[in-house]
Design a protein around this ligand. Structure first.
Ligand SMILES: C[S@@+](CC[C@H](N)C(=O)[O-])C[C@H]1O[C@@H](n2cnc3c(N)ncnc32)[C@H](O)[C@@H]1O
Length: 353
């Protein structure tokens, strides 16, 4: 081999080595994210994050362990992992504090940007473990096969969507807030564990609400929640598939949160909704905007949505792009159809009968 050929061969080898390192970095970033995810989940479940949230001046490992009632040695292990994940900070006296805004993001269910609920959903077997178990058989399930823990966790994840929707998202629909304030009959489809019904009833005291859901367990939890909130005089619940629920010319507003993509027959449900609205009544979809093409998939929000798709697949559906919902409303003759993204994982699509 000539000297020139040898140099070229060495350079080629170096290029391959650099590429391998870069590719390894991409893979290891995923694993590090998994460690961060588990660390946040441990911190939420064991009160470590809330203990830190309650002490603005910070806590040493020892004090944190006392406050959270955890083992001191284990607490130190957790704290280093949480620091590594950028979730907590440390000062010169070895006192840990929450990193800025982590209290709102991870612990405050009422905050519009709350993301702590995702840890509950992603840690249940329904999403990843069962998908992997059933990948060969393609076995499908429905909500009545999901555990009560999973249903509660989904409800926690849905909460910030309601927080953003009620009243801010709804206020984007021209004239709707005025109507709701003056008095209206409202239908929530796929009302799930009832957090949206309660928020809606409390926000708009002049409304009468009907929640419809196909899952008996969800209806039971929703009813308990509605009673506990003291709004049961204005909220009722119906167990029905969305495909079978129609009440002619009965509602000023029909809305659905993170569930329209789950319809077994989306055209039939949309026809039912149109029939159930009063003339001029509004239909609002609040959902996840799944990227329409592969180009949109490599973002952090889209990657979270690809995780949700594992569960959606098992109940035989998939999240959809915003344009699909807008087309749906157009196809069914809704007027003034509009669509907007409230956040990168939350869209709003509406139309008027
Ligand atoms: C993702 S959960 C969302 C629940 C609630 N909207 C929230 O945001 O917390 C979906 C809900 O839709 C209900 N659902 C899905 N498809 C349905 C259908 N075709 N008919 C009736 N209910 C349905 C499920 O039972 C479940 O409670």
């Amino acid at each position: 081999m000539t000297t020139e050929a040898k140099t070229t061969a060495v350079q080629a080898q170096q290029t391959v080595q650099q590429e391998v390192q870069q590719q390894a970095g991409k893979v290891l970033t995923q694993f590090a994210g998994f460690v961060g995810f588990k660390t946040i989940k441990i911190g939420i479940d064991n009160g470590l994050l809330s203990a830190l949230a309650s002490q603005a001046e910070g806590l040493t490992t020892e004090d944190l362990a006392v406050q959270a009632g955890t083992d001191e040695f284990y607490t130190g292990v957790w704290a280093r992992a949480a620091y590594a994940a950028d979730v907590i900070e440390i000062d010169s006296q070895n006192r840990y504090t929450l990193a800025p805004h982590m209290d709102k993001l991870l612990l405050d269910e009422e905050f519009g940007g709350y993301v702590g609920g995702i840890t509950g959903v992603f840690d249940e077997p329904e999403i990843f473990d069962n998908f992997s178990k059933n990948l060969k058989s393609g076995k499908r399930i429905w909500w009545d096969d999901a555990s009560p823990e999973f249903i509660q966790a989904v409800s926690g994840t849905g909460k910030p969507f309601y927080t953003r929707l009620i009243p801010g998202g709804l206020d984007q629909v021209p004239g709707l807030t005025e109507k709701l304030n003056s008095g209206a009959r409202v239908l929530e489809l796929a009302s799930g564990a009832g957090k949206g019904l309660v928020k809606f009833a409390e926000t708009f005291p002049n409304t009468e609400l009907i929640g419809v859901d196909g899952d008996e367990h969800s209806i039971d939890i929703a009813w308990e929640r509605v009673k506990e909130a003291g709004v049961s005089d204005r909220v009722s619940l119906v167990q029905s598939s969305l495909e079978d629920f129609v009440e002619e010319d009965a509602y000023d507003l029909v809305f659905i949160n993170i569930s329209m993509h789950e319809c077994r027959d989306i055209d039939r449900v949309t026809r039912n909704i149109k029939r159930s609205l009063k003339p001029g009544g509004v239909f609002v979809i609040s959902d996840f905007p799944f990227p329409a093409t592969h180009d949109g998939l490599r973002t952090v929000p889209a990657r979270i949505l690809t995780g949700i798709q594992y569960f959606e697949a098992q109940i035989d559906d998939q999240l959809m792009p915003t344009a699909v919902f807008a087309d749906l409303l157009d196809r069914h003759g809704f007027n003034d159809v509009a669509a907007t993204d409230i956040t990168p994982v939350h869209n709003l699509i509406y139309g008027r009968k």
